[in-house]
Design a protein around this ligand. Sequence first.
Ligand code: BDR
Ligand code: CA
Length: 307
Amino acid sequence: MKKILIDCDPGIDDALALALAHGSPELDVVGVTTVGGNVELEHTTDNALRLHDYYGMDVPVARGAGRPLVRELRTAGDVHGNTGLGGVVLPEPKSELSGRHAVDFIIDTLAAAPGEISLVAVGPLTNIALALRKEPRIVEWVREFVIMGGSYTRGNTNPAAEFNILADPEGAAVAFNASWRTVMIGLDLTYQARANAAVRERFAGLGRLESELITPCLDFYGSHISYQDEGPAIHDACAVAYVIDPGLFETVPARVDVETQGRFTSGMTVTDFRAPADVHNADVATTLDSEGFWDLVTDAYRNVAAG
Ligand code: BDR
Ligand code: CA
């Protein structure tokens, strides 16, 4: 089993990514950390803990940074609803939050198992940047560092920038400039993972997981103006799927730099596929085997639904 630590801002697609991680027989989730992003930290943390209990997880959930390194918090309530899961209200959690800050939890967890844990960040990269600043050796301790964020062709929050990077460009720059290799699962890839009508049919038979969470979440998420064509992109689940089966993805090595100064382009992930190999800092995902991806997701959700 591959160990995975997930830093997230649930968030509808974050919720669907956590279910994939928990339900996958290939993965051992060692912890969940939260960051302010799609909604305020109070809500992303509350959602993470409720999802943890609802899915039947039993791992630490640690609260992290509520604000980006430099900028004001930017949220995406129009996409995820004001509390982050569309209109879905899950039962009160019985579990308690970890007493540790997410940044310390990330550092301590990676330190305890060098070379074993995939660190997957699917929200703004604030906790990751703070962890790198506090303990630079985490770059040596991770098995791999995978993000959902960025793009090499287009943005979603504006023409230049993807939400997670735009929300904390300075944090993202710290993460991309660290001496590890970032696997960038950006919009170019995640727009290939659409929960269209055929995909949603696969979720029939998942009982309460489907009726209480997946369907209402996807109804809300899919009603966003940007998704009405081919169904919503389940961005964050793609980053988890990469850890489960990188064979489903084509990646291309590149140099990625984050624009932090631009008047119209802050948060852009400037991706140079022609840069010399000695300056490459990322493997950029370009192509997804979407059939294989949805097979993984459906099987994992079946496992979660079965308890
Ligand atoms: C990313 O931004 C958030 O709204 C989603 O949860 C995903 O992580 C997509 O741009
Ligand atoms: Ca997210």
